[in-house]
Design a protein around this ligand. Structure first.
Ligand code: ADP
Ligand code: MG
Length: 265
């Protein structure tokens, strides 16, 4: 069967000083084009490891990641990543940070004027065009994450990978960015995979929520469908029965069935 993104029987272990730690065990997941999938699980269970495997930043120990039937084994612009802490270059302006990615990905494929328009288009998408000449140190954390998202989107990735992208932001800024990402997903129809440990965020944004068991050797415990029509409105959903049911299912998984036990180290 062909699917857009296929994570096929993946195992991942790390070896350090002769000691082998099994982090992920037999992870299989297929994701459709345009789907928004969240991965939720307790700290240390292997969420970032899974995302890094999809990004091609880490190699699998067994199994394979396939994007449009091609095996992923290195990073590429078809899988752009947004990390929790922005990774903008501090000496470049907002514009230059996005332009760097655009120039690299579209080298020889877009004229100078087209590249300029494309940078501005992506800054507009995240409402950051007004700050194009500012440097990262001159803008807020939320704004930096917006620029990081613009930079990722500017590469026209097949899959956008988000590793707790709003984790370092205050609640209000976080809500604004969630709305921005939902709006962009609605408009562009990108395939997005987001790691979070925020239950409301997962339900609000996702078509499906992948719930991971605790490590070591973490697996997919359950996958929850979120059958809520889009566009979604956070205020209307606050009292929506389907929303509350989904929220409860995730909470039960995380806090009853797979309670986090602090590792004794
Ligand atoms: N490069 C690495 N080398 C060794 N162990 C690692 C490496 N990366 C992650 N781990 C281990 O894998 C486990 C899962 O980490 P991670 O994927 O970052 O978890 P999460 O993102 O769910 O909090 C942790 O126990 C971590 O220490
Ligand atoms: Mg992580």
């Amino acid at each position: 069967m062909s699917s857009y993104l296929r994570i096929d029987h993946i195992d991942k272990s790390f070896e350090r000083g002769g000691v082998r730690t099994e982090v992920l065990k037999d992870i299989t997941l297929t994701i459709d084009k345009g789907e928004f999938v969240s991965i939720i699980g307790h700290s240390g269970c292997g969420k970032s490891t899974l995302l890094n495997l999809i990004a091609g930043l880490t190699r699998v120990s067994a199994g394979a990641v396939l994007l449009e039937n091609l095996e992923v084994n290195a990073p590429g612009p078809d899988r752009a990543v947004v990390f929790q802490n922005h990774s903008l270059l501090p000496w470049l302006t907002v514009y230059e940070n996005v332009d760097l990615a655009v120039s690299k990905v579209f080298s020889g494929r877009k004229t100078k004027a087209e590249k300029h328009d494309w940078v501005m288009h992506n800054l507009d998408l995240v409402q950051m065009a007004h700050a194009k000449d500012k440097r990262p140190a001159e803008i807020s954390g939320g704004m930096k994450q917006r620029v990081g998202i613009a930079r990722a989107l500017s590469m026209e990735p097949k899959v956008l990978l988000l590793d707790e992208p709003f984790g370092a932001l205050d609640a209000l800024t976080r809500a604004h960015l969630q709305d921005a990402v939902m709006e962009i997903h609605g408009r562009l129809g990108n395939t997005m995979i987001m790691i979070t440990h925020d239950v409301d965020e997962a339900v609000l944004l996702s078509d499906r929520i992948v719930m991971m068991t605790n490590g070591p050797a973490a697996r997919i415990g359950e996958i929850l469908e979120v059958p809520i029509a889009r566009p979604r409105n956070r205020i209307e959903l606050a009292s929506d029965r389907t929303y509350l049911k989904c929220r409860e299912a995730v909470l039960k998984f995380l806090y009853e069935r797979h309670r986090f036990v602090e590792a004794a180290e």
